[in-house]
Design a protein around this ligand. Structure first.
Ligand code: TXA
Ligand code: MG
Length: 323
């Protein structure tokens, strides 16, 4: 069983010491919890892949305090990068640019680029400060393909057999969805993963930003179609279509929907928030809860929109419901 520690000065030191010794540590960020190792420590990063069961070609996100931390591990930090960092960091935005040669290939899944972000969560920042600003590569702290954790207990449940794992408890991750990932390594800025920094906000700063409907695996190997997925079979239903979808459904289903009065027995309804930010922060918790009910199926009502923050929500719902 991992150890969950309150974020005292001592536990931050313990976590930093574990990282320096090559042992991954889980820590809170404002998006989701991360499982980190020092970016420049190839063995530590390899251990993160082992613990997650993550394919070696899926690159990790490096966490830094600020743009100067980003410059230390990148080789093509550009004026556009600075513009984004000065307006949106610290926060839920990850920028992909060319990496420095000293970054071990294992930290970036063998790619010539590296994804970098500066988290705003105070516990993540204290940990980075304790490390003297060294970068920490951290994917979400879940087993590969599963739902990202938004509280410390979720992390402990994912890594139940890892007795040496220390988890810093920073309460609930406020945003609840993984960061927005934008690729600035090519000729045109490209959105690789939608998140709380919206496409609209990025276009306001950068002008044109490509937003492919389906991101090629080659462009970002972590963007598998099925991801963030519960174990129970889950399906996405059109907005307003829950009653119809349940018409032929005899075995009890778990339903995430906007109006639970559309859900007759024997089905179980979870009413979801109509505000996109509140929905985003509640989603993974709700998915974990309904996954544990033992229902035959999970049905999820699609949001009324796919603009703004709903884009990120719809993206995760699609991945959670892809067979
Ligand atoms: O909010 C977040 O970003 C969280 C917290 C812990 O910071 N981290 C996270 O990491 O979601 P992970 O590993 O679950 O997702 C990393 C994403 C993947 O979609 C991956 O393909 C993409 O970032 N990525 C990382 N490095 C990349 C690179 N060099 N080129 C293209 N995509 C990259
Ligand atoms: Mg992940």
């Amino acid at each position: 069983m991992p150890t969950i520690l309150d974020p005292t000065d001592l536990s931050i030191e313990i976590a930093a010491e574990a990282l320096r010794a090559g042992r991954p540590v889980a820590f809170p960020t404002e998006t989701v919890y991360g499982l980190g190792a020092l970016t420049l420590d190839a063995a530590g990063c390899a251990e993160v892949y082992r613990m997650k069961g993550r394919p070696a070609a899926n690159p990790l996100i490096a966490h830094v305090l600020d743009a100067s931390g980003a410059r230390a591990i990148t080789s093509a930090w550009c004026p556009r990068c600075d513009e984004l960092a000065s307006r949106l960091w610290p926060g839920p935005l990850t920028i992909v640019v060319a990496r420095r040669p000293e970054v071990p290939v294992v930290a970036v899944g063998g790619r010539p680029t590296i994804a970098v972000r500066s988290p705003s969560h105070p516990v993540a920042r204290r940990l980075l400060q304790e490390l003297g600003g060294a970068a920490v590569s951290a994917p979400s702290a879940n087993r590969w393909g599963r739902i990202s954790p938004t509280i410390a207990r979720h992390v402990a449940e994912e890594f139940i057999a890892e007795d040496d794992l220390v988890i810093l408890d920073g309460g609930r991750s406020q945003l609840g969805l993984e960061s927005t990932v934008i690729d600035l390594s090519g000729p045109r800025p490209t959105l690789l993963r939608p998140g709380s920094v919206t496409l609209e906000a990025l276009r306001e700063i950068l002008g044109e930003v490509d937003a492919p409907e389906i991101v090629e695996q080659g462009a970002s190997p972590g963007t598998a179609a099925r991801h963030y997925a519960p174990r129970t079979t889950a399906a996405l239903v059109a907005f307003g279509g829950i009653r119809e979808a349940l018409a032929g459904q005899k075995a009890p289903a778990a339903v995430l929907c906007f109006d639970s009065s559309h859900v007759p027995s024997p089905h179980t309804a979870t009413a979801m928030p109509r505000d996109a930010a509140v929905y985003a922060s509640a989603l993974y918790d709700a998915l974990r809860s309904v996954d544990s009910l033992g229902c035959a199926r999970i049905l999820i009502e699609a949001p009324p929109s796919s603009d703004g923050l709903w884009r990120a929500v719809v993206d995760r719902l699609r991945r959670a419901t892809t067979a």
